[in-house]
Write a protein that binds this ligand. Structure first.
Ligand code: PLP
Length: 525
């Protein structure tokens, strides 16, 4: 089918003299390099205009409004022309996208991205190296290895450390658990006269992690064939850090019940609270019990670059495996993540050889094939983004950006703590704040609004502010009650932004309570 509104075949020709409707003119090659430059520049110009003109983080659009716009597009009728497609993209995507660079985007663990990384993104997708084997990437493989070594050195894992870039913290956690499971099997086999079959060992495996840990630990356990109750939630203290006494208790209990603790997964920066489990104590416990010690630093890894707060990760150097999400706290575009291990030989649990790709003889020939260490095969050169970030601005600058948001969170906590309209769950270590709108009591000892109504008011406040597009905040449930949440990752967000958003939230919540009270005839406050 001739594309809608396509120029006449002779209207435009590539450098090889081919007419524009020759499908080969859409390929990037010698003949189209100039067209590539023009095309991408147009696209970048449009995004730059949009970013420069963003006045709100979101338009507040709903799936009901946007779905018909997306559905109306006939994917079998190409526009044939990039500027028409970009024009269309404006309507279906750019106009209503959620913009993380806006200082009032305060919701999830999404960061504004640094420019050198965006440059890397443009380069890596055009060259399109695949980091599974040396023969598909060459220098890319060596650069990724250097960055893994750099990260391992920042963690302090020692000379035998190794690792690989992954698609995200979820994949990193899954791979770490895979290695831990295989090592647990190896030890169980080694320590018994008659090596038990996998079917006998698998149901006895347990993973201990705090009740505030990320759900990817649960997903990983499921993927690894563990029992539904294999992930044992360890209680937290009031600061939402794993309780070491409770962990010791669970380790003992598992041993007494003939179960095998295959890993303890500590969190350095919980998704909700930014709390960091007591790593040195957990490390000691794992060493004593001979248990794999994983640290999920998907969020807290930004501290590895912090000029002032690296000590908050003390103990991480004793981990067997570490998850780092550069796309959370290194200001990198999605995806950029890694799993790093103390003993690089454990990565062999992810190694399979294929004659057509990474034959076993490549190992003797010392040909570096990253696929030997990864659970992915074809894999993006995401490491290039971090590479250019370190080469252009340097790690200290990244760490200073992260320090700024941690400082901001501390200031915002003081603000919230002093504000009678809100209760705040815990003082932040990193850059999240979990709080709840609580209505003032009507006079001295007046009746308090019931907690369910307050739950609904908090839920409403979050939805209303998103619908207005003035700010985007997150929500979570703490001890059964609905709370609001800020995840501060934008160094451009100010305390005035926080103040303004809190006023908006309080107004929306109050409004909801008042209307509700009028409807039900119960006192709002
Ligand atoms: C975000 C997060 C993950 C998951 O990482 P993705 O990159 O989203 O897959 C895992 N653990 C923690 C603590 C996180 O905050």
């Amino acid at each position: 089918m001739r594309p809608q509104g396509s120029p006449s075949p002779l209207a435009r020709a590539d450098a090889a003299g081919r007419p524009a409707d020759d499908p080969r003119s859409h390929l990037l090659n010698n003949a189209t390099a100039e067209e590539y430059r023009r095309l991408v520049s147009d696209g970048v110009a449009r995004v730059a205009r949009t970013v420069a003109g963003t006045t709100r983080p979101f338009t507040g659009t709903t799936p009901g409004e946007l779905a018909p716009v997306v559905d109306a597009i006939d994917l079998d009728r190409p526009l044939g022309d990039a500027s028409a497609a970009l024009e269309e993209l404006e309507r279906v995507y750019l106009r209503d996208a959620v913009y993380f660079h806006h200082p009032r985007y305060l919701a999830h663990l999404n960061c504004p991205v640094v420019l050198p990384a965006l440059l890397g993104e443009a380069v890596l997708s055009a060259v399109n190296s695949s980091l599974d084997t040396w023969d598909q990437s060459a220098g890319g493989t060596l650069m990724e290895r250097r960055l893994v070594d750099w990260t391992a050195a920042r963690i302090g894992l020692g000379r035998a450390a190794d690792g690989v870039f992954t698609s995200g913290g979820t994949q990193s956690n899954v791979q770490a658990l895979l290695l831990a499971r295989e090592e647990a099997f190896r030890l169980l086999r080694k320590n018994s006269a008659a090596p038990p079959p996998v079917s006998a060992m698998l149901p006895k495996l347990r993973v201990l992690t705090s009740e505030a840990a990320h759900f990817s630990v649960l997903k990983g356990a499921k993927l690894l064939g563990l029992e539904p109750d294999a992930v044992v939630p360890v209680p937290c203290d009031a600061s939402r850090r794993m309780r070491v006494d409770a962990l010791a208790h669970e380790v003992r209990r598992c041993r007494e019940e003939g179960l095998t603790v295959m890993a303890v997964s500590a969190t350095a920066g919980t998704t909700d609270f930014g709390s960091i489990d007591p790593l040195p104590e957990i490390a000691a416990l794992c060493e004593e019990a001979g248990v794999w010690f994983h640290v999920d630093a998907a969020y807290g890894c930004g501290l590895l670059a912090s000029p002032t707060r690296r000590h908050l990760l003390d103990g991480i150097e004793r981990a067997d495996s570490v998850t780092v999400d550069y796309h959370k706290s290194f200001f990198q575009p999605v995806s950029s993540s890694a799993v790093v291990v103390r003993d690089g030989t454990t990565l062999r649990h992810a190694t399979y050889h294929a004659d057509y790709l990474n034959p076993a003889r490549n190992v003797e020939e010392r040909i570096p094939n990253q696929v030997d260490k990864s659970i992915q095969t074809t894999r993006r050169f995401d490491a290039l983004k971090l590479w250019l970030t370190l080469r252009v601005m340097g790690a200290d600058a990244v760490g200073e950006l992260f320090d700024r948001v941690v400082d901001l969170a501390a200031d915002a906590w003081r603000l919230l703590d002093a504000d009678p309209r809100f209760t705040v769950v815990t003082e932040p270590t990193l850059s999240t704040l979990v709080f709840r709108y609580v209505p003032a009591r009507a006079g001295n000892g007046g009746p308090a609004a019931d907690e369910t109504a307050v739950d609904l008011a908090n839920l409403h406040a979050r939805e209303a502010i998103a619908a207005s597009g003035e700010a985007v905040v997150a929500a979570t449930v703490v001890d059964g009650r609905h709370h609001l949440k800020f995840t501060l990752l934008n160094p451009e967000t100010t305390l005035d932004d926080i103040r303004a958003v809190l006023d908006l939230l309080a107004a929306h919540a109050e409004d909801h309570l008042t209307r509700n009270a009028r409807l039900t005839g119960t006192p709002a406050a």
